[in-house]
Design a protein around this ligand. Structure first.
Ligand SMILES: [Mn+2]
Length: 596
């Protein structure tokens, strides 16, 4: 009984195990098949999207071929040649104007202009006489990132590179599609490249939008030439733009180079060359933006001492920063010096980060005047940023924390909103990089690379907001364009933090100024009331307008003897100077901080 019972029990267990095993095996095969089905359908997708596969695709190819032929038929021979601006008529004109308002670019006109239109030759005559040994120059990989770029503009950029770069110098053009959503940039572009362009043009398709910085890194990882040349997707290259750059990198491997960036107008595609010598170099503002400024005297002196060119106009110009869209760098050096901060999202800030890093870590940043590339400047940015984050601000914060040392306080003074910002993320690996490369301090950079840069809190008698004691009004730039003269205004005081628009300094040279503009007094016969006119300035020394704080807290313009006055003003008005009267409250002002 016991035995039989035990055998019966065991038999029962065996059969249960057997059933479970069968179920498991069944499930295993079921899911395995499911898996291969999934894989097969992915494989099918890939096959389907790969052109020139089977007969069912023929119709599609014919369709693409027709589209491309229609594009070519639309182009008007000679239109826009030699960089001329062009006009459309009728419906096309209207369409172009609408596009200018919505995407800040006349795409219709771009489609009427040949991919091969010629830019002007705006180079300095001394550049035209230069000879280059093409067989012994370095090679270059041109890397172009695009996100929903107008198709014809992108294709013209590629043609322009192919038309102007000697084949011995151009190893490849790598187009990186940062997950564009515009259909034209998919099959049609693939087909165009495959059927119309040489093999050295490659397209890398990113599955998800990575943003400019990581997309560039993806392109750079594929590149094989000696030099990486990053271009925006809306450029046209002038004759011999590559040669002087490649020559300079061969001579100085740690020089990061930018061409002169010419303006192509978004409304009529006019390529403007703006004279031979009248080019600008890069600076920055303390709120973390790039700006342009003239070549300072000290740099001209350096060129006279160090440049081997006979004509000083074509010497490389040291530039404190770069705009970032167009530059060339030795491929090896790009990786050695820390490529990019790959945790920077979207767009913005990476150009100042690279500029400071290159200078502080032993390289140089130079503008090469014999190399010129046209760039379409748009009035506004037509694309949204991923998740609508202020990537420019956060990227700039990451940069400032790693590279600016104690000068970061000036950044926070202009951008108090970014102090302790939770979106910054971790920058430890960039600080480690700075250590590893034995980079110099930001103080060194300021003193040696950009000594003419104004520091709002140093060598000043007072700084901060300049508040009226009569009303809740502070002097304010009203965010007017600092590239040209504007009238100083007043606005309700921002408290507790000062904002960039209310940040003024009175320097030890008695100059009243913002970071970029110096205060003068309007020239007028009517002396009773005059506006305060802010004019662009770099150094204090060349400014002939001086201001004093009097014992009764007036701000007195020395040359005219008039005093700053807030009477009859409301927010957003222009402030004025008038006859001094120490008894009126509207002439009493107070700076936020004493100078040091
Ligand atoms: Mn651009």
């Amino acid at each position: 009984m016991i035995l039989r019972g035990a055998v019966g029990f065991r038999r029962n267990v065996y059969s249960k195990i057997l059933i479970i095993l069968i179920i498991l095996i069944f499930m295993f095969y079921f899911f395995k098949n499911l898996n291969t089905n999934v894989n097969n359908s992915v494989a099918n997708d890939i096959l389907l999207s790969d052109k020139l596969v089977d007969n069912s695709e023929k119709n599609k190819i014919n369709e693409l071929e027709l589209l491309i032929r229609a594009d070519l038929a639309k182009q008007e021979k000679g239109l826009g040649d030699n960089g001329q601006g062009a006009d459309l008529t009728g419906d096309a004109k209207e369409k172009g104007e609408k596009q200018l308002a919505t995407i800040a670019l006349n795409e219709e006109l771009s489609e009427h202009i040949s991919y091969n239109r010629t830019p002007p030759d705006g180079r300095h005559p001394a550049c035209r006489n230069k000879k280059y040994d093409l067989d012994n120059l370095l090679t270059t990989s041109v890397i172009i990132i695009f996100y929903n770029e107008p198709y014809s503009v992108l294709v013209r950029t590629v043609h322009s590179v192919l038309n102007t770069a000697d084949s011995r110098l151009l190893k490849e053009i790598i187009l990186v599609d940062d997950a564009s959503t515009n259909d034209e940039l998919k099959d049609k572009l693939d087909y165009y490249v495959k059927t119309r362009l040489p093999n050295k043009v490659k397209i890398l398709r990113l599955r998800n939008r990575l943003g400019l910085i990581r997309a560039r890194l993806a392109g750079a990882r594929l590149a094989k030439a000696d030099v990486l040349f990053f271009l925006d997707a809306h450029c046209e290259c002038m004759k011999q733009w590559l040669e002087p750059i490649l020559e300079r990198i061969k001579e100085s491997r740690t020089s990061v180079l930018v061409p002169i960036i010419d303006v192509i107008e978004a409304k009529n595609f006019y390529y403007s060359t703006n004279g031979y010598t009248d080019y600008q170099i890069g600076g920055f503002t303390w709120d973390g933006h790039f700006d342009w400024h003239d070549i300072p005297k000290s740099e001209r002196e350096r060129q006279k001492r160090e440049c081997k060119e006979k004509n000083i106009d074509i010497c490389p110009s040291y530039s404190p920063t770069m705009a970032g869209g167009l530059f060339a760098i030795s491929r090896e050096y790009f990786w050695e010096i820390g490529s990019y901060d790959e945790q920077m999202d979207g767009w913005g800030g990476e150009n100042l980060e690279m500029s400071f890093r290159v200078w502080q870590c032993g390289g140089t940043l130079e503008t090469i005047p014999c190399s010129r590339v046209g760039h379409i400047f748009r009035d506004f940015h037509p694309y949204s940023f991923p998740d609508n984050r202020d990537t420019h601000g956060i990227n700039t914060l990451r940069m400032a924390v790693v590279w600016m040392d104690e000068y970061i306080d000036l950044f926070y003074l202009n951008r108090p909103d970014l102090k302790n910002h939770p979106g910054m993320g971790d920058v430890t690996h960039r600080k480690v990089l700075r250590e590893k490369l034995h980079c110099k301090s930001f103080k060194w950079y300021m003193e040696n690379v950009y000594p003419e840069k104004f520091i709002p809190t140093k060598k000043v008698l007072a700084y901060g907001r300049l508040a009226s004691l009569a009303e809740n009004l502070c002097c304010d730039t009203l965010q007017q364009n600092a590239d040209k003269p504007y009238n100083l205004g007043v606005y309700a005081c921002f408290r507790p933090e000062v904002t960039a628009s209310q940040l003024l300094s009175l320097t030890r040279n008695n100059v009243l100024r913002t970071e970029r503009s110096c205060a003068t007094v309007q020239h007028t016969r009517d002396s009773s009331q005059r506006f305060v006119v802010m004019v662009p300035c770099i150094g204090d020394d060349e400014v002939s307008d001086n201001w004093n704080i009097t014992n009764s807290k007036q701000l007195k313009h020395i040359q005219t003897g008039l005093c700053l006055d807030s009477s009859d003003l409301s927010t957003k008005n222009y402030v004025h100077v008038t006859t001094c009267n120490s008894g009126v409250k509207s002439q009493k002002w107070e700076f936020q901080h004493e100078g040091s």
